[in-house]
Design a protein around this ligand. Structure first.
Ligand SMILES: [Mn+2]
Length: 336
């Protein structure tokens, strides 16, 4: 993984950076932003981070999280804007309006569906996270790895890899564990970080979880399992932190499931759909999600559909059923 030289030149030459990432930010969005800001500040640059959505409570412990600001006046006129973890610039919501004011637009992402926007674009579909890509800026920029840089990168990898679950080849597993090891050597305590990121349950989110699990349904003889979360359910249980985070693991981890889906009704209308494939080499959910204007990776993807929850369920479940029907038989399955 190697950052393109024009990106390194731009980061070294420019001096005032706006950093942003996608709506409803996850650990990779927040972690990669804070790591990049810390690196640029080591180089004596000015940085400002703006996101449309607030920092989820479970990432507020990260040093610098408090300086992530909502959309608003910028403290300086940026000469470059960096968009992280966002396949298209519109994913940053309102902050998109700030991008044209910056001299240059930089796109750093690992979504295979990334459109390649920006004056300088670096997309690594093989990267575990944008956090991992940010790590690879250190060498070319001549910045040393400190604990303040390592911690947000570790959180980016931990969350995008689902607590180190989603390494699907020996090579990627070894690479990511080696990187995690280097990060931890700066003095990180993995168990302490795990507790801050994941041990958030008070009674109410657990009640929400119980209610959400009662919506579990199957299709295609159990090959598809899905859960739906209505706006009304979310409202009743509060949006303190993203209680839907990792809900999809429950339908996914059923033995018969090949594709898991999570449907979440959005406050502003429309439905967010998360896709997980347990056989990414055969069942590429990025391809299914892209039919609905979304994208992601073969193993994990997302899309947003207009319209109501029930209609989104019918459309997406039907599309997954059709995809599964068209799969060629696996060796050994034929004539069985
Ligand atoms: Mn990511």
């Amino acid at each position: 993984m190697k950052a393109p030289p024009p990106l390194i030149d731009l980061l070294l030459e420019r001096s005032r950076f706006l950093i942003t990432s996608h709506l409803r930010p996850d650990g990779d969005a927040i972690g990669s932003q804070l790591a990049l800001a810390a690196i640029l500040e080591e180089l004596g640059k000015e940085t400002v981070i703006q996101n449309q959505s607030p920092v989820p409570d479970n990432f507020a412990f990260l040093p610098g999280a408090g300086r992530i600001a909502p959309f608003g006046d910028l403290p300086f006129s940026p000469d470059a804007a960096v968009v992280l973890d966002s396949p298209r610039p519109c994913r940053v919501g309102k902050i998109e309006r700030q991008l044209s004011a910056a001299g240059k637009l930089v796109n750093i992402d690992h979504h295979i569906s990334n459109s390649g926007y920006g004056d300088v674009s670096w997309v690594e579909p093989e990267a575990s996270s944008v956090g991992e890509m940010i790590y690879h800026l250190l060498g070319p920029l001549g910045v040393e790895l400190t604990r303040a840089i390592a911690l947000p990168i570790y959180v980016a990898i931990l969350t995008d890899m689902g607590k180190f679950q989603y390494m699907v080849t020996p090579e990627s597993g070894a690479r990511i564990f080696r990187l995690a090891g280097r990060l931890v050597e700066t003095g990180l305590v993995p168990y302490e970080i795990y507790k801050k990121v994941y041990n958030l349950y008070s009674a109410d989110p657990l009640k929400f979880l119980g209610e959400a699990l009662t919506t579990l349904e199957y299709a295609a003889g159990g090959q598809i399992a899905f859960i739906r979360v209505s706006r009304e359910m979310l409202k009743r249980h509060g949006d303190g932190f993203d209680v839907t985070e990792n809900l999809i693991a429950y339908p996914r981890d059923i033995i018969s499931t090949r594709v898991a889906l999570l449907f979440t009704e959005l406050a502003g209308g429309g439905v967010k759909v998360s896709f997980r494939s347990k056989e990414p080499e055969r069942i590429d959910v990025n391809r299914i999600a892209s039919r609905f204007g979304g994208g992601g990776h073969p193993a994990a993807a997302g899309a947003e559909l207009a319209g109501d929850l029930d209609r989104a369920v019918v459309r997406v479940v039907t599309a997954v059923e059709e995809y599964l029907e068209k799969l060629p038989a696996a060796p050994g399955e034929e004539g069985a």
